[in-house]
Design a protein around this ligand. Structure first.
Ligand SMILES: C[S@@+](CC[C@H](N)C(=O)[O-])C[C@H]1O[C@@H](n2cnc3c(N)ncnc32)[C@H](O)[C@@H]1O
Length: 207
């Protein structure tokens, strides 16, 4: 899949109907967990992978003066919007499959509604392990293909995004099992007709 479809959605993204029941509740959930985990005066390096137009970065930029934030996305149009919205953030146009080019370590890695579009998930998970500092946390969320209804609903979502694979909870846990431990797990389901959104907080498995 190319970044073209996301370039197409970039200017319309803030007005998409899924903002209300999916994307915004995810941002609220993740920023709440980050608030619970971090003190405002802590100086931390934060990576938002698949940051899109930077809506979550914007919340964090305003709240946390001492976060040094990097946003990565392979859609230049998404990045253009995030750059305007988040002047203090470093932005990198990069495919998640090429994270090996990044040499820094991060205390917090965020990835919301982007993972289902990565082709080589094993490689991305391995790189996230490398990029996370030893006591860092990953906050990751995606629409979860848990139930028959989820899969059906997400089939229609795919018509607007191009190829995607929405892992079930069991699949995701297996995928990360060699590298991370699940420290918390939340399901967001704002409306009966929405697929479940899974939100995981992961810590490095350094045993
Ligand atoms: C549904 S949007 C999510 C944006 C934002 N994280 C949010 O929660 O609103 C998916 C984003 O992932 C990006 N993306 C998809 N596949 C990618 C890849 N292989 N490498 C980098 N970014 C990717 C897209 O360009 C898009 O901005």
């Amino acid at each position: 899949m190319t970044s073209n479809i996301w370039n197409f959605w970039a200017k319309k993204y803030d007005r998409l109907w899924v903002q209300k029941y999916s994307l915004s509740p995810t941002r609220n959930c993740i920023s709440k967990i980050i608030d619970e985990d971090n003190k405002e005066d802590e100086s931390l390096k934060v990576l938002d992978l698949g940051c899109g137009p930077g809506q979550l970065i914007s919340i964090l930029e305003k709240k946390y003066n001492n976060f040094k934030i990097t946003g990565i996305d392979f859609s230049e149009e998404m990045l253009k919007i995030s750059r305007l919205r988040n002047p203090k953030t470093e932005h990198i146009n990069l495919n998640a499959e090429s994270l090996d080019k990044i040499k820094d370590k991060y205390n917090i890695i965020i990835c919301t509604h982007s993972l289902p579009y990565y082709k080589n998930l094993d490689k991305v998970i391995f790189e996230l392990y490398r990029l996370l500092s030893d006591n860092g946390k990953i906050y990751i969320s995606f629409a979860s293909g848990n139930t028959f209804y989820d899969k059906l609903a997400l089939f229609f979502v795919k018509l607007t995004t191009g190829p995607a694979h929405y892992p079930s909870d069991a699949e995701f846990r297996k995928l990360i099992s060699n590298h991370f431990l699940v420290e918390s797990f939340t399901i967001i389901k704002e409306r009966f007709f929405m697929p479940e959104i899974a939100v995981y907080k992961l810590g490095k498995d350094i045993t």
